[in-house]
Design a protein around this ligand. Structure first.
Ligand code: SAH
Length: 396
C-alpha cells in the first residue's frame, strides 16, 4: 500500500504554487509506512486529508520530490510521456536533429518536472544521471522511455549515477549501460566545433553543455586577442576563442587529464599549428605569476559553494579570484566570469565581482549578464533550477 504523507496545517502553500520539494519540517505524520523505503512512491495529503501530490520519498531534509499533482499511476507510459514532453521542448529549441550541435540536455531536473533526474544527449548516446534513489530505481523505465521517444536515433543509454546519489542512501552501485549497445567515447559537435566526450570517465556527464551559448559570445569577442581560459576542463572556451581569431590561447586547469583533453580538442578542430599552450596548474597560482598581456580572460571555476553554509567562504573566493584577474588583465580587456554555485544568487555574485573591481581599482563596465542555456530550462515555480550566472566585463 502506498504510504500517505500528511502535511502540517498550512504547509501545502508552496505545493499549491507547484514547488516540487517537501521538506521534513512540513510533515505532520506518515501513514502506512511500515515498509516504506527511500525511493518509494508516496502520496501527499493536506492536514484535512485532501490529496495534493505524488512523488518519490527521500530520507533527508528534502523528504518528498514531487512527480505529479494528479492521482495517476507512475508507469512506463507515464515516463515515456514525460520524456516525450522534454524532447518536444528541445525540438522547439532546434536542438534535436541539428546539423551543427549534437549534444544537449534532454532533462534538467525540476526544469522538466523530473526532480532528481538529469539526461544529457551526446550524438547517439544518452547519459542518465540520477540524484535521488527514486529516480535510480526507475532508471530502466527511463532508458526504455528514451528509446521509445528517439527510436534508432539513440543507440546506447549510459547510467552515471554512482557519484550523484545521496551518499547517505548507502546504495552501492557502479555506472554502466542500460542498453545492449555500448558506445564508449564519442565525438560531438557544438555550434559546428568538434569535441571528444568521454561520459564514462569525464566529469559530470562528460561535457559542460551549459556553457554552449556563452561560448559563442567568447568566439565573438576573441578576434585579435590573447586569451586565457582558466578552469578549462575540455577546452570548450579555448576552441571557440581560437575559432573566433584569437592570436594565442592559454588553457589552465589543475587536472593534467583536463589540459590534455583541451589540447586534443584544439588539435581536433585546428590541427597542430594552432597557437595554444595547455598548462596543468592551480588557477590562483597562475594568476599570481602571470604577466599582464592577456586581453580576454575566462574564469569558470567549479561550484565554490555546494551548500548554503559555505556561501560566505565561496563569496570570498570569487572576490579573490576576480580581483586577481582584474589586476592583471590588459587595459581594454574583456573578462568573462562565472559562478555555477546554486547556493550563490545573482546579486551575491555580482556583489563579489563589484568588490573585486574595487580592490583592483579598475574602471569596469558590465557588457553582458549571462545565464544557463535554453535546454537547462528553469521551472517558473521552482527557481532553484537556476544556477549558472555570468558577467562579461570591459576593463579599462
Ligand atoms: N570551463 C569548463 C568547465 C569547468 S569545470 C568548460 O567550459 O567545460 C571546473 C574545472 O576546474 C575542472 O576541470 C577542474 O579540474 C578545474 N579546477 C578545480 N579547481 C581548480 C583550481 N584551483 N585551479 C585550476 N583548475 C581547477
Amino acid at each position: 500500500m502506498i504510504a500517505k504523507v500528511y502535511l502540517k496545517r498550512g504547509k501545502e502553500e508552496s505545493l499549491l504554487r507547484r514547488h516540487l520539494w517537501i521538506f521534513s519540517g512540513a510533515i505532520a505524520r506518515i501513514e502506512n509506512d511500515e515498509n516504506l523505503l527511500e525511493g518509494d512512491i508516496v502520496d501527499v495529503y493536506t492536514n484535512d486529508k485532501q490529496f495534493i501530490a505524488r512523488g518519490h520519498y527521500q530520507i533527508g531534509s528534502i523528504t518528498v520530490r514531487i512527480l505529479t499533482f494528479q492521482q495517476e499511476e507512475i508507469n512506463q507510459d507515464w515516463w515515456t510521456l514525460r520524456i516525450r514532453q522534454a524532447y518536444q521542448v528541445r525540438q522547439a529549441q532546434g536542438l534535436v536533429d541539428s546539423k551543427i550541435t549534437t549534444c544537449y540536455r534532454l532533462v534538467h531536473g525540476e526544469g522538466d518536472m523530473l526532480s532528481g533526474l538529469v539526461v544529457d544527449i551526446y550524438g547517439t548516446t544518452a547519459v542518465v544521471q540520477c540524484h535521488s534513489v527514486g529516480m535510480y530505481h526507475s532508471r530502466k523505465q527511463i532508458a526504455t522511455a528514451i528509446s521509445k521517444v528517439y527510436g534508432s536515433k539513440i543507440e546506447s543509454v549510459y547510467d552515471k549515477s554512482s557519484r550523484t546519489l545521496p551518499f547517505k542512501a548507502g546504495i552501492d552501485t557502479c555506472d554502466g549501460y542500460l542498453t545492449a549497445q555500448h558506445n564508449h567515447v564519442g565525438y560531438v559537435l557544438e555550434n559546428g566545433l568538434k569535441f571528444e566526450v568521454n561520459w564514462e570517465e569525464g566529469q559530470k556527464t562528460g561535457f559542460f553543455i551549459d556553457q554552449r551559448v556563452n561560448r559563442e559570445l567568447v568566439r565573438r569577442y576573441s578576434k585579435g586577442r590573447r586569451v586565457l581560459n582558466t578552469f578549462c576542463y575540455t577546452g570548450g572556451f579555448s576552441v571557440y576563442a581560437a575559432d573566433g581569431g584569437a592570436t594565442e590561447v592559454v588553457s589552465v586547469d589543475s587536472s593534467e587529464r583536463a589540459v590534455e583533453l583541451a589540447s586534443r580538442n584544439m588539435k581536433l578542430n585546428f590541427g597542430e599549428q594552432i597557437p595554444h599552450k595547455a598548462i596543468a596548474m592551480d588557477t590562483f597560482d597562475f594568476l599570481k605569476e602571470m604577466d599582464d598581456s592577456f586581453d580576454l580572460v575566462i574564469l569558470d571555476p567549479p561550484a565554490f559553494a555546494k551548500h548554503h553554509k559555505v556561501v560566505h567562504e565561496a563569496l570570498k573566493a570569487y572576490k579573490r579570484l576576480n580581483a586577481k584577474a582584474m589586476q592583471k588583465i590588459k587595459s581594454g580587456g574583456i573578462l568573462f566570469t562565472f559562478s555555477c554555485s546554486q547556493a550563490v544568487n545573482k546579486e551575491q555574485f555580482r556583489m563579489a565581482v563589484f568588490s573585486a573591481a574595487a580592490i583592483a581599482g579598475r574602471r569596469v563596465r558590465i557588457l553582458h549578464q549571462l545565464t544557463q542555456p535554453e535546454d537547462h530550462a528553469i521551472n517558473i515555480y521552482h527557481p532553484e533550477s537556476e544556477y549558472l550566472k555570468g558577467l562579461v566585463l570591459y576593463i579599462e
